[in-house]
Design a protein around this ligand. Sequence first.
Ligand code: IPE
Ligand code: IPE
Ligand code: MG
Length: 245
Amino acid sequence: MDPATATINQIPKEIPNHIAIIMDGNGRWAKARGLPRIAGHQKGAEALRSTIQACIDLKINYLTIYAFSSENWKRPSSEVSDLMALLQNYVKNEINEISTNKIKLNFIGERKRLDESVQTTLRDAEHKTKNNKRLTLTVALNYGGQQEILEAVKDLGHDMINGIIKPSDINEEIFKNYLQTSDIPEPDLLIRTSGEQRLSNFLLWQSAYTEFAFTPTLWPDFNRDCLESIIHEYQRRDRRYGGTG
Ligand code: IPE
Ligand code: IPE
Ligand code: MG
């Protein structure tokens, strides 16, 4: 083989830098088995554990997951409290493992509505993992993309009133700094499980040029093979960003 061809063949196919996941279908997974919805959420937490490990093995730098939307408060209060307890216990039980794996954990979404003890758990987890560099795991909790954009607009308004910024200075880069995701790059690939094909208020600004992948697999059944096959499909796509490719 000529050396030039050999070099080209050795270049690894591009792994997405940032994957976002809408983990959907826990309720349907439980219903199909005659189990309560919380059983689906519990199995979903196991799927999350193995997906995080797969992301580490694949050297993905950023993983952002949708755990609870601003609209999920519409669910029966018993399911909301089960979900909050599950999330809090998950963070408490996994934090040492997360830390050992050099994962930086952070949370986006409106915290004020969460129980004080949940807020403390999130703060402690962020503090404990803040210097980790292997994988940045962002958990969207009581998160809504529209609400996030409105909060950014309010903060921007304050800065304008205080003369910190002029309206003519505002551009996409500046606006991005006012979002809760200012420290992380835009997602390259967004996966939604369970066959639904909508964003449900997730990462509205950030997903302007994200590649979408929808799979019928219910979240509790999601595993490394599912992730790898979606990544292979992603690698065959041509991301043009409005250009000609
Ligand atoms: C996703 O599963 C988990 C959350 C939204 C918290 P669902 O609970 O939405 O499951 P389905 O869509 O009812 O099957
Ligand atoms: C989106 O799923 C939110 C999460 C996965 C946390 P939903 O199940 O709440 O979305 P809709 O209601 O089907 O759009
Ligand atoms: Mg759902």
